[in-house]
Design a protein around this ligand. Structure first.
Ligand SMILES: Nc1ncnc2c1ncn2[C@@H]1O[C@H](COP(=O)(O)OP(=O)(O)OP(=O)(O)O)[C@@H](O)[C@H]1O
Length: 285
């Protein structure tokens, strides 16, 4: 299913990560490994700890205990910009880009890779101009890869919601990450936009061979494109395995039915179990 893994994509490992907010254990000794070049989904009912996990990975929150490693690098105590510099790029759940053109936003993603300092840039030295041109060409390639080539010079404010979210994904890809962290990439999208985004995520993995960590409520999407799934509930890892394995796991079914009891129907938060109540991956296609 997956294409070749890029040669410099290392394993990403969380070991026994614990995060506490004023006595509440948001993550309780959670661990999992993202194998190079795979799509690894982190799922669970509301409040399970998914966003906390994401924020630990990207350096926004610091683990009280445990560790995060990317190959030989210990990321546990690094600030977000150092983690980004080591090749972890993230998208944000609630960001909706409103300013500049698609190109402007993608060039922001290239910023971490820009060598020229402020003075050289201000003076527009020839090597700076060459470097900028190279970055712009690469940004255009990435835009085309995500079917944004036709709107490269268009203001993002004029684009439909789903496309803006894809610009956000392209911006993260412009950082040339080895691991891409996607925080609810299809939240708020209609069915057509969801399908396009699922296709985009699968082709990022297949064509670029990078690892993808996906936090997502849309179970149809997770079951369809993830290689491995970690399930959290109340800050604990309650299951892990392939999509087929976790959707059959009694602890997972129990966790989601519990969430369904509190919040009405299981709906999109349902794991797609075999009990007939669930939205199956096939149904949501
Ligand atoms: N900054 C914070 N301060 C205090 N409590 C927090 C903070 N962030 C998260 N929490 C709590 O930690 C627990 C885990 O929250 P988290 O947002 O990680 O869950 P989630 O699985 O992402 O939920 P959702 O699906 O609703 O986004 C929840 O009980 C939440 O209220």
């Amino acid at each position: 299913m997956s294409g070749a893994t890029a040669p410099d994509v290392p394993e990403l490992t969380l070991r026994a990560v614990t995060v506490r907010f004023a006595g509440l254990l948001a993550l309780d000794a959670v661990g999992f490994t993202v194998a190079p070049g795979t799509i690894h989904a982190v799922i669970g009912p509301n409040g399970a700890g998914k966003s906390t996990c994401f924020n630990v990975l990207s350096g926004v929150y610091r683990a009280e205990r445990g560790s995060v490693r990317l190959g030989a690098h210990d990321l546990t105590r690094l600030p977000p910009h150092r983690i980004a510099g080591l090749g972890l790029a993230r998208t944000f759940q609630n960001i909706v880009l409103t300013r500049g053109t698609v190109a402007d936003n993608l060039m922001l993603g290239r910023h971490v890779l820009t060598r020229s300092g402020f003075a050289a840039t201000a003076l527009r030295l020839p090597r700076v101009v060459r470097e900028q041109r190279r970055h712009r060409e690469r940004a255009r390639e990435i835009a085309e890869f995500l079917h944004l080539g036709a709107v490269f010079d268009t203001s993002v404010a004029l684009l439909p919601y789903g496309m803006r979210k894809r610009v956000e994904m392209a911006r993260a890809l412009c950082m040339e990450p080895r691991v891409l962290l996607l925080d609810e990439p299809v939240a708020g999208m209609n069915a057509e936009e969801r399908a396009e985004t699922a296709e985009a995520i699968a082709s990022i993995r297949a064509s670029l061979g990078i690892s993808i960590v996906l936090v997502e409520h849309d179970m149809g999407l997770v079951m369809r494109i993830a290689d491995a799934v970690t399930v959290l509930d109340f800050g604990r890892r309650i299951a892990s395995g392939t999509p087929a394995e976790v959707r059959r796991d009694p602890a997972v079914i129990r966790a989601y039915l519990g969430a369904g009891d509190e919040g009405g129907e299981g709906g999109e938060h349902d794991p797609g179990g075999d009990d007939g109540r669930s939205e199956s991956p096939e149904e949501s296609r």
